[in-house]
Ligand binder design. Structure first.
Ligand code: C5P
Length: 248
């Protein structure tokens, strides 16, 4: 199998919107089956806790060897020293993006940025704002009052102040971020569902076309593709919808 080499560094404005495929599966064998069915149009894959905790660096390196750009979604959230140490631990991995929770605060994010600058300059750090699975009631119940959009803009401001390269949010918040003048970050958006797909556990969703029209350029779209009877057809249809929205 030979894939063309994808971009190792996330470009804030790629020429076309990209799908980042989360490999939220049990085994590398299942992941490779999906990847092979989709074929050469797939450039970005995301390895999250499900795969990384079980299959570790070996799986990440296998993906890199095949030329994929890799988003290692660790969602770090701990004291600054521990988060900085975790960044050092992945410093020699061929990953382009990783995540930390903005709710960890500015000192934690700054510690991560400093560690990254020292040992992993090839990795872009993304701050997770409010998880796309959370609606306003769930967010309020954990003690964050007000509206989700306001909170996402506020947390993105903290990420920017800390030197983090981008944020993870719902495409629903991209307009608010733009209006607030938060433009110079990489925006990565899960919470994307085709009109006929199940929302699953996601709350703040948009269709691929709506998301691209709202400004999304890196769209994380998992189960509508990986759980589809024909993942290749699902990937193609979603990609087509995104490109049409981009060109309209
Ligand atoms: O299958 P689905 O499209 O819902 O997958 C979304 C992916 O994006 C999951 O891997 C999830 O961990 C991740 N994610 C998210 N919301 C965030 C950050 C990451 O759904 N705020």
């Amino acid at each position: 199998m030979c894939f063309k080499l994808g971009p190792m560094n996330a470009n804030p404005s790629p020429t076309l919107p990209e799908i980042i495929l989360p490999l939220d599966l049990d085994t590398p064998r299942e992941a490779w089956r999906v990847i092979e069915r989709i074929g050469g149009d797939l450039k970005w894959v995301k390895v999250g806790l499900q795969m990384y905790l079980r299959w570790g660096d070996g799986f990440v390196k296998e993906l890199a060897k095949e030329g994929f750009s890799i988003f290692l979604d660790l969602k770090l959230f701990d004291i600054p020293n521990t988060v900085a140490s975790a960044i050092r631990s992945i410093g020699d991995l061929p990953v382009a993006l990783t995540t930390l929770h903005t709710l960890g605060g500015v000192p934690m994010m700054r510690a991560a940025v400093e560690a990254r600058d020292r040992v992993a300059p090839h990795i872009r750090l993304l701050g997770v704002t409010i998880l796309t699975s959370m609606d306003v009631a769930t967010m309020n119940r954990v003690g964050i009052p007000g509206e989700v959009g306001y909170e996402v803009v506020r947390l993105a401001g903290l990420a920017r102040e800390s030197g983090v390269d981008g944020v993870v949010c719902s495409p629903q918040e991209l307009g608010l971020l733009q209006a607030a003048g938060v433009r110079d970050l990489i925006f990565v958006t899960p919470g994307v569902r085709p009109a006929d797909a199940s929302a699953d556990d996601q709350s703040r969703i948009m269709t691929p076309g709506e998301a691209v029209r709202a400004g999304a350029r890196y769209l994380v779209i998992g189960r509508p593709i990986t759980a589809a009877p024909d993942p290749a057809a699902a990937f193609r249809a979603i990609n087509e919808e995104m490109i049409q929205a981009f060109r309209a």
